[in-house]
Design a protein around this ligand. Sequence first.
Ligand code: G1P
Length: 287
Amino acid sequence: MKIKKAVIPAAGFGTRFLPITKVVSKELLPIIDRPAIEYVVREAYEAGIKEILLIISPHKKEILNFFKTNEVLENFLIEKNNQEGLRLIREYDHLNVEYVIQHEQLGLGHAVLQAKEFVGNEPFAVLLGDDLFYGKDMPAIGELIEVFEKYDGHILGTMTVRDEETIKYGIADPISNQKGPVYELKGFVEKPKTEDAPSRSAACGRYILKPVIFKYLETQTKGVGGEIQLTDAILNSTKETKLYSYDIKAKRYDIGSKDGYLKAIVEYALRRDDLKDKMNEILKDNL
Ligand code: G1P
């Protein structure tokens, strides 16, 4: 079954980026001249997903403005005959970005539950905005879609993390003796301590989920951190569906951390023809 819909949770407070997130949503923090969320929406779009749902909180509606027409700005640019400006702000006109409000921030599982009506009874993609991926040949979520076409089950995008990092991620528990990059899992645990972690294979913000997940999200109780965890509902739903992990090839940037955010800015600049020489100069001057 084709993946036609993507869900992008964007309702968090962004406390790791205070004080800026007091006034600017973390999804709008710029990676040079585009807000972080634009890269995530574009990833879904480039993987052939045309219906996109943002889950936002009541005080983060400004995120929607980025994907809407701004008539005042358009008229100004028309008057000045600024064709390049017009091209840049019209890039999103064809995108169908919808939204739903999550009134209480009860956790990632609760956020995804808000997409139930939008998704209906079909498999869908989930993309978390703290994780950006640069895929040279294919968008990261496109890799997962290809895996889903061959394996009937939820697919978690994963990567290998260091021992001390298991506490920050959902960690996969693969059935033993399999040859990757796709692994069937027997377990999935949210943010385990290193000594309790079943592997070093961590969920990294990209999922293809079957709609059975909603049945489990509806009754999911609070888990780690007092939050309704997507990880727990995914594990519980394995009573009815298989669960696989897949090691994503695309390069990941954890822009929820300050060093990851800086790295993304530097490396995205180094990939741009208009900026790579200048960025190289800046880096050389600071050696
Ligand atoms: C969430 C998920 C976690 C996953 C992580 C990836 O955690 O709950 O399983 O590994 O995203 O970035 P968060 O970072 O929102 O605490």
